[in-house]
Design a protein around this ligand. Structure first.
Ligand SMILES: [Zn+2]
Ligand SMILES: [Zn+2]
Length: 371
């Protein structure tokens, strides 16, 4: 006969064990039901970003024209303010410098306008439909059609793009084989343009925006005729170079600076600094990618391949990386006698190398003689 001994003092211990066991089983069930062999940080990030991808896929093409109109509107507004405030300011300071700045400014404006227009209207390049593509390396699961090397499917355009870099809502177009050069040079000239406006307008903006009431406590300002800025500060006339001092003798000693002028300068400061920061970083990143002979999409693929092959004890090398100098030459199309001065510093509509379907690689035998 079995005798059961109840020990009340051990009940909490049993209870604790049972609860722990219950939660351990629940955890195991959860893990079993949600197990994914491919689960990693980037997979989790992809899942979290899914709503954003859905929005991009469904609305990018619809809101694209609004982005394009915004870019044109912002650019035109900056140019108008530069004409309205910048040119009279520099003309009063030094007419010769003003003429030189006008030449440089219009050269930048010409390049910005040309490259933006071409990036918007030039097709990024699509694989031919209904034709045999001998170069095809895979099949697009969405288009159910052959995919040449470096081609990727764009969810916003809903079609395959040759040497796809990314879909850019700001140009309402994909950046790919046909318009990558225009897109990149637009960014570079835009960065140079805003840098030009910031450098030339710095003194002007400093005088009109940043002089505060504390400045008038400066004993050196005593005896100067003064003007109010929008914060109520009194600005000495000698610190306002854009004002023609000969006219001031007939004016009252105190006067308000046009409030719209100050608002325009604040607007210019915000827009130009924002664009400089955003496009400056984007241009630097794209420069690095071009130097390595890869697109934004290929950068991710190459990174993953490098890690994968490293685990197998092998070294991965990008088949389209011909070295920094050659990569830039190919990207800018500086072959067949084309020069940097004529074809990069000035607008040029020359086509990219090849046809976007067949790509030379570092493994080709005659690669040293190409292009
Ligand atoms: Zn496709
Ligand atoms: Zn696209």
């Amino acid at each position: 006969m079995v005798t059961i001994h109840w020990t009340f003092s051990r009940i909490p211990q049993y209870a604790c064990f049972s609860i722990k066991n219950f939660f351990r089983k629940c955890h195991l069930v959860c893990r079993s039901l949600t197990y994914n062999h491919f689960l990693d940080q980037s997979y989790i990030a992809d899942v979290c970003m899914e709503p954003l991808f859905w929005f991009v896929d469904n609305f990018t093409y619809t809101i694209g024209p609004i982005f394009v109109v915004s870019v044109i509107g912002l650019t035109v507004s900056v140019v108008i303010i530069a004409y309205w405030i910048g040119i009279p300011y520099w003309w009063n300071r030094n007419p010769i410098i003003c003429i030189l700045l006008l030449i440089v400014g219009h050269w930048l404006l010409l390049n910005i306008s040309f490259h933006y227009y071409m990036a918007v209207i030039t097709s990024p390049g699509y694989p031919p439909q209904g034709e045999l593509i001998p170069e095809a390396v895979s099949i697009c699961k969405k288009c159910i059609s052959p995919k040449p090397p470096r081609t990727h499917h764009c969810s916003a355009c809903n079609r395959c793009i040759l040497k796809m870099d990314h879909h850019c809502p700001w140009i309402n177009n994909c950046v790919g084989y046909g318009n990558h050069r225009y897109f990149f040079l637009y960014m570079v000239y835009m960065v140079l343009g805003v840098l030009f406006v910031i450098v030339c307008g710095f003194d002007l903006a400093y005088t009109d925006i940043w002089l505060t009431p504390s400045d008038i406590d400066d004993p050196e300002l005593e005896g100067h005729s003064v003007k109010f800025n929008q914060t109520g500060a009194l600005i000495p006339v000698t610190d306002v170079p854009h004002l023609d001092s000969s006219l001031l003798d007939d004016e009252p000693a105190y006067n308000y600076i046009n409030p719209w002028r100050r608002r325009a300068l604040v607007y210019m400061a915000l827009i130009n600094c924002g664009v400089l920061l955003a496009l400056g970083m984007l241009s630097l990143w794209h420069s690095q990618l071009i130097s390595k002979g890869e697109t934004c999409i290929e950068a991710n693929i190459n990174k993953a391949e490098t890690v994968r092959l490293k685990q197998l004890g092998k070294t991965y090398s990008n088949p389209y990386n011909f070295g920094r100098k050659k990569n830039w030459k190919i990207f800018l199309g500086l072959v067949q006698g084309r020069t940097f001065v004529r074809h990069v510093l000035f607008p040029s509509a020359h086509k990219p190398l090849g046809d976007g379907l067949k790509w030379h690689t570092i493994h080709d035998e005659d690669i040293d003689e190409w292009p």
